[in-house]
Write a protein that binds this ligand. Structure first.
Ligand code: SRM
Ligand code: SF4
Length: 582
């Protein structure tokens, strides 16, 4: 059902970002000039928006903001860089280059993101260009890692498990390449590429045009029964349908997303709807045409309403399907049956059909760093020096040391032992099922801690988990510093979303396979209240769950929260106690 009035839409003013894009000359703006100006560590407001399309964000150290303000100092500006890694695949050489840059230009850590990408933090302006150039020298790039374009395309991280897994990686790479912006601005600014004439729109951006998309766009591919890339949280997803070991086609799902704003019920997380099926050969075409539907019909007036999920809700999934079929010139077939069982990673060792090995390690909060008791980053560097397989980033912020031949396994295991990596997965299943977004001190939007705080929350809860005999029970637990939802907290069985320093909303009841949104259980609780509130529920679950019943299902059956059926219903049926505690 089409609900958005096109006439009123066109009367509304376009958002400021639309003007910035239009004036930018295909993402050039005055970035090159701004980089030359070393009298300040920042760039102009408009260029900061454009920088995102190039894969970098201006930030400042929020830990030192107050002190610097007191001493009348400028903010401690630096830049975050996101490296695009389609399907999360990095060679050993790329790992070593990333590791080297982390020390040379960044803060000595590598962040593995919830979209299978690398991030650096703390790069100062004078090093920005060199860092991006060096990333490109290592055969990686940062273009379209952020911005109003299609982002890093995700897929199941292990292509060696079957030919189907290899097929989806190839599809992810093909979609990613097809939807990469064509502008030469990236090469000109960061790689000293030759300047080209800028008037020919078709040549510049045949898919996006000069205003690109209304907002960021995200694509992923999953191989059932594992939903380890959280397909329902993405704008466009493909669910592989496998026959005889090969991917014959994909179910197409549209309109997922997490971002919302506290106190604004017009914003909400939404799960993608499965609208049809396409053949394996059609997957790139379908991706392009869905992007075009969003390009043409997405809301460019209000950035809080411009994600594809709102386009799908405004026009209805049936209308989107009809428009997609029109753009394609053929019809999607009806969706085929599929089943997901979970959205977590497979930790520890796995052997593939060729007799090679893969080790998935737990990386807390996705942060690769050295501490005195756990020199993980050094260990991974030493492994990369001898590893002739590759590294696979998972969408749960973990890392797979992949494709280890039987001959190399002994050497690699010895290094894993030496650097403490060998036991990385010997943790409670609760911890292994956790995700925390970056939040403080780098994220400019964080209202509360996440990456630095969730490990402590889990340590507190582990006491109850052990006592209740739940050590091996995977319960997804995710924390984000704000409701933008970068750690996909709204599909966790237990979700924490920051509201202010030390204060969180607690959500319960997400689906264990990422197939159901959760519901607000307690609003604005202090960090100290988390354990007293959650421990009794965990103990109750241990005692009274049905055979095989997941925590998210249990809290709904026993009345802690109502089930959220779809995004529009996210703010409805919140328990009166939760509302009362507001
Ligand atoms: Fe995110 C903005 C970090 C995955 C929804 N996200 C940000 C920024 C860039 C803050 C900003 O705009 O100033 C954060 C940078 C923090 C920092 O210091 O590094 C940030 N997002 C991240 C990462 C690094 C979180 C992590 O700990 O892994 C993830 C990088 C993914 C990648 O490699 O591309 C990350 N962000 C996500 C996801 C999860 C996903 O895509 O599967 C979501 C929810 C899904 C979705 O898009 O709906 C997500 N990020 C957002 C939003 C909300 C968008 C919206 O619809 O309203 C924002 C804010 C915005 O865009 O205005 C945001
Ligand atoms: Fe920052 Fe919020 Fe995203 Fe966390 S969820 S990284 S706090 S924008």
């Amino acid at each position: 059902m089409k609900t958005r009035k096109l006439s009123s839409m066109s009367e509304k003013k376009l958002s400021a970002n639309e003007g910035i894009k239009t004036r930018s000359n295909y993402l050039r703006g005055t970035i090159a000039e701004g980089l030359q100006d070393l009298s300040t560590g920042s760039l102009s407001e408009d260029d900061q928006q454009l920088l995102k399309f190039h894969g970098t964000y201006q930030q400042d150290d929020r830990d030192t903001r107050a002190t610097r303000r007191k001493h009348k100092l400028d903010k401690a500006y630096s830049f975050m860089i996101r490296i695009r890694v389609p399907g999360g695949v990095a060679t050993s050489e790329q790992w070593l280059a990333t590791d080297h840059l982390a020390t040379t230009f960044a803060n000595g850590t590598i962040k593995l993101t919830t979209r299978q990408a690398f991030q650096f933090h703390g790069i100062i302006k004078s090093n920005l260009k060199r860092t991006i150039a060096d990333i490109n020298k290592a055969a990686m790039d940062t273009i379209a890692a952020c911005g109003d374009v299609n982002r890093n395309v995700m897929c199941n991280p292990n292509p060696y498990l079957s030919t189907a897994h290899a097929d989806v990686l190839q599809a992810a790479k093909d979609i990613s390449a097809h939807l990469t912006p064509h502008t030469r601005a990236y090469h000109e600014i960061w790689l000293d590429g030759e300047k080209v004439k800028t008037s020919e729109e078709e040549v510049q951006e045949p898919i996006y045009g000069k205003t690109y998309l209304p907002r960021k766009f995200k694509i992923t591919i999953a191989v059932p029964p594992s939903n380890d890339v959280d397909i329902f949280a993405n704008c466009l997803s493909f669910i592989a349908i496998v026959e005889g070991g090969k991917v014959v086609g994909y179910n197409v799902a549209v309109g997922g997303g997490m971002g919302s704003t506290h106190g604004n019920e017009a914003t909400y997380p939404r799960l993608a709807d499965v609208i049809g099926y396409c053949t394996a050969e059609q997957v790139v075409d379908v991706s392009e045409k869905v992007v075009l539907v969003q390009r043409d019909f997405g809301d460019r007036t209000d950035r809080k309403h411009s994600r594809f999920k709102y386009t799908v809700d405004d026009y209805g999934p049936e209308w989107i399907l009809a428009k997609l079929n029109e753009y394609l010139g053929y019809d999607l077939e009806p969706a085929r049956p599929y089943e997901f069982v979970d959205n977590g990673d497979r930790f520890g060792w796995q052997e593939d059909p060729n007799g090679n090995f893969h080790y998935t390690m737990f990386v807390e909060g996705g942060r690769v760093l050295d501490t005195p008791s756990y020199p993980m980053r050094t260990g991974l560097r030493e492994i990369a020096k001898i590893h002739d397989g590759d590294f696979r980033l998972t969408a749960n912020q973990n890392l797979m040391i992949a494709n280890i031949s039987p001959a190399k396994r002994v050497q690699i295991e010895a290094l894993m032992e030496q650097y403490g990596i060998k036991d990385s997965h010997e943790k409670s299943a609760l911890r292994l099922s956790s995700i925390a977004c970056v939040a403080l001190p780098t994220c400019g939007l964080a209202l509360a801690e996440a990456e630095r705080y969730l490990p402590h929350v889990i340590t507190d809860l582990e006491e109850t988990v052990e006592e209740a005999g739940l050590r091996h029970d995977s319960i997804t637990i995710r924390m984000t510093g704000c409701p933008n939802g970068c750690g996909r907290p709204f599909i966790a069985e237990i979700g924490f979303v920051g509201r202010g320093p030390d204060r969180y909303n607690l959500y319960l009841g997400g689906g264990h396979a990422g197939q159901r949104l959760n519901k607000l259980y307690r609003q604005d609780i202090h960090a100290d209240e988390i354990k007293p509130i959650l421990s009794p529920i965990l103990s109750h679950y241990a005692k009274e769950r049905n055979e095989g019943e997941r925590f998210g299902d249990f809290v709904i059956r026993t009345g802690y929260v109502a089930a959220t059926v779809q995004g529009k219903d996210f703010h409805a049926n919140i328990r009166t106690e939760a509302a009362a505690s507001a």
